[in-house]
Write a protein of this length. Structure first.
Lengths: 312, 301
């Protein structure tokens, strides 16, 4: 046993010294990486660590952080009803718009890929434009406006479906569905681009080989040839989709207001804003941020391992 | 003679026939037609809000409130845009200042990000050194969560550095965007290592290799980094890190105009168009390069 341990430590020490020598040899590489690494550590690694630390404290920026243990998490999960509404809404939105947006981006990327070259590039612009257009989604607040200028209301009344205008952004029953429509409209994002590019990279020779080997139609071709050869892009697209679907706040805040009626359009991120930027309870806000971080990472890892199984 | 020719023609025809008739394998005509119809319908739905937003900006005020609404303007004018400039010209901080702020933030943030991320990506893609794999894994993990998670400690850090209420509070964090490094590194992996080695044998040092060999060869990836960075910075309201009116960004000023009520409806519509036209125009011009880069965007593990 002792021998094993000494051997193990000897090996470790050897590895470290070899690593150190290698590191010395590649000084140049470290110099190149240094500016990025410093900034990355400052604005991505440190904040995550700090946020986990602050989440165990009461911190309001003015006073020094006071250690609270798990109290923030306990009151978040057991006492904060509004947070639970936020979690419910976020998950509702993520579970509906996430997979739907992902499948639709792939479907449209796949169909667009069949088009002739010129039409294809126009189509990519049309489908990608909504997520490029920044705040353009506020145009939906004109369509769904609650007063006499709202077009949807105007049509509904004209066709005799409703008697009074529906207050789409004030009535809690309509808030989330409309936000979901807008989010799906905007869901052809970076992942979609990655799919389009990946589909163009599928080897035509493989498709022909498949044809000779008895692939009958485009659906079989999709399942047996295209999908397996696009796995890396599928994972990338999934990461993009998951991240953005748990990130919902811009659309709900712009359309339903902040805070929204009965907190019906509250999401985890808007709750984070509430405590972080309005009430300055940084410790509590950091607890929310940490939970959000964990949810995102766990979801990402789970979905990635799922996608690796596609077509194998 | 003529018989021979005919035979030859027949042979040629036989040879060409499948080539001409060949469509993509496994495609039925019916399926293709259905696909075109479906895509056209969806494209119409996708484009409608944007077309409507642009048309709205061109409508004179009386047409904006017409019911039933017209999609396209009857008498298109640019009045909304000129009104926008008049309103903003009269404000305490002039329009040009807001515009300068946003352009400055976008330009510096994008250029710095491109340079710093490419430097990092170059060594990560082309060399193997202790810690390189681990660092890249960390960067890919950073893509999996969003800025909101890190927002609060970031604010505290920026305030400790004294950067709150300066442009740097927006610009410097934008340098470190993990997405740029990820895409750049993936794209640079496609570059043959022999290119780098040849340059080194010819006596170029690492910096020369980077600026003269690697960077010119990854121009498609430049455009991609630029578009993602511009997309993030151009629409950045920066309202939680910049508080002085003279340093505020264009989107922030625009939002105030949009909040101006019914009288400002026309100008509000013009604001939407001004804000979305820049990223869309950039994308239209660089689409092929971006798709070329995205082809290597896959995540293997």
């Amino acid at each position: 046993m002792k021998e094993m341990l000494t051997k193990y430590f000897k090996l470790k020490r050897h590895n470290i010294s070899v690593g150190w020598k290698k590191a010395k040899l590649s000084k140049m590489c470290y110099l190149f990486l240094l500016p990025y690494a410093v900034l990355f550590a400052m604005f991505f690694v440190y904040p995550v660590v700090a946020s986990i630390y602050f989440s165990f404290t009461y911190y309001n920026i003015l006073e020094a952080p006071r250690f609270l243990g798990l109290n923030n998490y306990i009151s978040l999960i057991l006492e904060d009803d509004i947070f639970l509404i936020g979690v419910k809404n976020t998950f509702m939105i993520a579970i509906i718009t996430g997979p739907l947006g992902y499948i639709l981006s792939f479907l449209f990327a796949w169909l667009i890929n069949e088009l002739p070259r010129m039409i294809r590039s126009v189509a990519v612009v049309i489908f990608y434009a909504p997520s490029l257009a920044g705040t353009c989604y506020t145009i939906f607040s004109i369509f769904f406006k609650g007063d006499q200028y709202g077009y949807v209301n105007a049509f509904l009344i004209e066709w005799g479906i409703v008697e009074q205008p529906i207050l789409f952004f004030i009535n809690p029953t309509y808030m989330l569905p409309i936000c979901m429509i807008v989010i799906i409209w905007m869901s052809m994002g970076t992942g979609f681009l990655s799919f389009v590019a990946g589909l163009q990279g599928v080897d035509p020779a493989q498709l022909e080989a498949g044809c000779i080997d008895g692939v009958k139609n485009r659906w079989q071709e999709l399942w047996y040839i295209t999908l397996p050869s696009m796995k890396p892009m599928l994972i990338f697209g999934a990461v993009m989709t998951i991240t953005s679907s748990f990130n919902v706040c811009d659309v709900t805040m712009a359309l339903c207001g902040y805070p929204s009626t009965d907190y019906a359009a509250r999401t985890i991120v808007t709750h984070l804003f509430d405590y972080g930027t309005s009430r300055f309870e940084m410790g509590y806000a950091c607890a929310i941020a940490t939970l959000l971080f964990l949810i995102m990472i766990v979801c990402n890892k789970a979905i990635q391992s799922l996608i690796r199984r596609v077509g194998t | 003679m003529s018989k021979d020719k005919k035979k030859k023609e027949a042979v040629v025809k036989e040879y060409h026939k499948p080539l001409i008739r060949r469509r993509k394998p496994n495609r039925s005509v019916g399926g293709d037609i259905a696909m075109y119809v479906f895509l056209a319908a969806v494209a119409f739905v996708m484009a409608f809000p944007i077309v409507f937003a642009v048309a709205n900006a061109l409508k004179p005020l009386d047409e904006l409130f017409k019911n039933p609404p017209r999609i396209l303007a009857l008498h298109p004018t640019l009045n909304n845009f000129s009104d926008l400039f008049v309103t903003m010209g009269k404000s305490w901080v002039t329009f040009t200042r807001y515009l300068f702020n946003t352009i400055f933030i976008t330009a510096v943030g994008t250029i710095g990000h491109l340079l710093i991320a490419s430097m990092g990506a170059f060594v990560l893609a082309k060399y193997e050194f202790p810690g390189s794999r681990g660092f890249f894994k960390l960067v890919t993990t950073a893509i999996m969560f969003t800025g909101y998670v890190t927002q609060i400690p970031n604010y505290i850090l920026l305030s400790k550095l004294g950067w709150i209420d300066t442009y740097w509070a927006v610009i410097i964090p934008a340098f470190a965007s993990p997405m740029g490094l990820f895409l750049m590194k993936q794209f640079m992996e496609g570059l043959p290592m022999s290119l780098v080695e040849a340059a080194k044998i010819d006596g170029a040092n690492e910096w020369k290799v980077f600026t003269n060999i690697v960077m010119p060869n990854v121009k498609p990836a430049w455009m991609t980094l630029i578009i993602f960075s511009v997309q993030g910075l151009w629409n950045n309201r920066a309202s939680n890190v910049i508080f002085s009116e003279e340093k505020k960004t264009l989107p922030f000023a625009m939002q105030q105009i949009q909040g101006g009520g019914i009288a400002r409806t026309g100008q509000g519509a013009a604001v939407l168009v001004v804000l979305m036209i820049v990223p869309i125009a950039l994308f239209v011009f660089s689409e092929t390069q971006i798709l070329e880069t995205m082809a290597s965007s896959g995540m293997k593990d």
